[in-house]
Design a protein around this ligand. Structure first.
Ligand code: GLA
Length: 376
C-alpha cells in the first residue's frame, strides 16, 4: 500500500551531493534506526542523483557505480530493510538526470523493473533534460504506469518544481508527492521564499498527492552540498514547523550520523510530527492578517477536533501577532475559547479573550495545538 501520509525520511543530496557510497548509506540507515529518528516516524533512506555509471549495460539497464556501491543496490536494500526501513532511489524523466547521469526517458518500463528487482520502495523522479517536445505530463504518466506494473509497490515522488502547471495534472500520474518549488538552499532567504511560494498553491496539496516543499535543511548549519550561510536555530525551528503545518513530506538533509542535540530536538518534535501525520489529513489554510506576506498564520483542523495554529514572523524585526478566534471558527461570544500548549516551549496556553495574541521575534514562530473548550 502506498503511503497516505506525508513521507518521512532522509536523502543524500543536501549534504553529500555526488559524494555518496555504500558505507555512507549503511551508516545513515544505522543512524536512522538507532538515533530515535525511526521511533519518531522517519523510515525512508533515499539515494539521490549520482549513484549510477554514465551508461547503461548491454540490455539497456541502469548500472550502479561499482566504485561507490561495490555490492550493488539489492545488497543495500537488504541492509536497509533489515533495519525495518524503506529504500528510496532517484531517476529523472529526461534523457539525463540533473547531474548528467542516465535518465529514464525511453527506458521507463525497464527502469521500473530494475528498481523492483532491487526492492526499491520509493522513487524520486526529476524533471531535467527532457527532449524539446516531450510533455512532462506524459512522461510522468508513463513512469506512473511503469511503476504500477513493475510488480512492486513503489511510491512515486515527482520532482517537477511546480513547473508546467504541475498541480493540474500530477494527480493523474500516480505520484504521491509533487515538488512545488525550486531547490532549497541552507539560508534564511531560501526558507522565506519557499514558504511564501505556498500561499497560492495550498489548495493543490493534500492526501493523494502531497505538496513537497523540498528537503529539510535543519541542522546543516552552513555545511554540505546546498549549504549557503546556514540558519539560526529559531529559523530552523520555523522551517520545521512550517513544513509540518503545511503537510510537506519531511525528508531530512543534514548528516544524520552526526546530529547536534538542537537538531535532534527539532527533527523529533513529537507534537509537530503528530500534527503533520494527523489521520484526517485536512488541508492547511492561511489567515491573511495585516502585512500577511511576511506574517502568515497557518491553521490546520485536526482529526480529534483540535486545531493547530502557527504564527510565523518572516520579518526582520519582532511583530505583535493577533488572531481573532472568530476568524478560525471559534465563537468566543457564544462561550467558546481554546486551551492547549505551545509545541516548542511546552507552555500551557489558555486564551482569556476573543483574540490569540503573541509578540513573535524576528524569523521566529509560535505554534500551538489547541482544544476548543467552554469559557471557564
Ligand atoms: C534537482 C532536484 C534536486 C536534486 C538534484 C540532483 O535539482 O530538484 O532535489 O535531486 O536535481 O541533481
Amino acid at each position: 500500500m502506498t503511503n497516505l501520509k506525508p513521507v518521512m525520511g532522509w536523502n543524500t543530496w543536501n549534504t553529500f551531493g555526488d559524494k555518496i557510497n555504500e558505507e555512507l548509506i549503511m551508516q545513515a540507515a544505522d543512524a536512522m534506526a538507532e538515533s530515535g529518528l525511526k521511533d519518531a516516524g522517519y523510515d525512508h533512506i533515499i539515494i539521490d542523483d549520482c549513484w549510477s555509471i554514465k551508461g547503461r549495460d548491454k540490455n539497456g539497464k541502469l548500472v550502479a557505480d561499482p566504485e561507490k556501491f561495490p555490492h550493488g543496490m539489492k545488497y543495500l536494500a537488504d541492509y536497509i530493510h533489515s533495519k525495518g526501513l524503506k529504500f528510496g532511489m532517484y531517476s529523472c524523466s529526461g534523457t539525463l538526470t540533473c547531474a548528467l547521469y542516465p535518465g529514464s526517458y525511453g527506458h521507463e518500463y525497464i527502469d521500473a523493473k530494475t528498481f523492483a528487482e532491487w526492492e526499491v520502495d520509493y522513487l524520486k523522479y526529476d524533471y531535467c533534460m527532457q527532449l524539446g517536445c516531450a510533455e512532462g505530463e506524459l512522461l510522468f504518466r508513463r513512469m506512473g504506469l511503469a511503476l504500477a506494473n513493475c510488480g512492486r509497490d513503489i511510491q512515486f515522488a515527482a520532482c517537477t518544481w511546480g513547473k508546467h502547471e504541475t498541480p493540474k495534472w500530477i494527480g493523474s500520474t500516480g505520484a504521491n508527492t509533487w515538488r512545488s518549488t525550486g531547490d532549497i538552499s541552507d539560508s534564511w532567504e531560501s526558507l522565506k521564499k519557499l514558504i511564501q511560494l505556498q500561499y497560492e498553491i495550498l489548495p493543490y496539496g493534500g492526501q493523494g498527492c502531497f505538496n513537497d516543499m523540498d528537503m529539510l535543511i535543519v541542522g546543516m548549519c552552513g555545511k554540505g552540498n546546498v549549504a549557503l550561510s546556514g540558519c539560526s536555530w529559531d529559523e530552523y525551528k520555523l522551517h520545521f514547523a512550517a513544513w509540518c503545518l503545511l503537510q510537506s513530506p519531511l525528508i531530512i538533509g543534514c548528516d544524520i550520523r552526526d546530529m547536534s542535540p538542537e537538531t535532534k530536538e527539532i527533527l523529533m518534535n513529537k507534537d509537530l510530527i503528530s500534527i503533520l501525520q494527523d489521520e484526517r489529513c485536512n488541508k492547511p489554510y492561511i489567515i491573511k492578517c495585516v502585512n500577511f506576506d511576511d506574517t502568515p498564520i497557518i491553521i490546520r483542523a485536526l482529526g480529534n477536533g483540535d486545531i493547530a495554529v502557527g504564527l510565523f514572523n518572516l520579518k526582520d524585526d519582532a511583530f505583535n501577532m493577533w488572531l481573532p478566534l472568530d476568524d478560525i471558527g471559534i465563537p468566543y461570544l457564544q462561550g467558546k475559547t481554546v486551551e492547549g500548549k505551545d509545541v516548542y516551549t511546552g507552555e500551557d496556553v489558555y486564551v482569556l479573550s476573543e483574540t490569540i495574541f503573541k509578540r513573535v521575534e524576528a524569523h521566529s514562530c509560535a505554534v500551538y495545538r489547541l482544544k476548543i473548550v467552554d469559557i471557564k
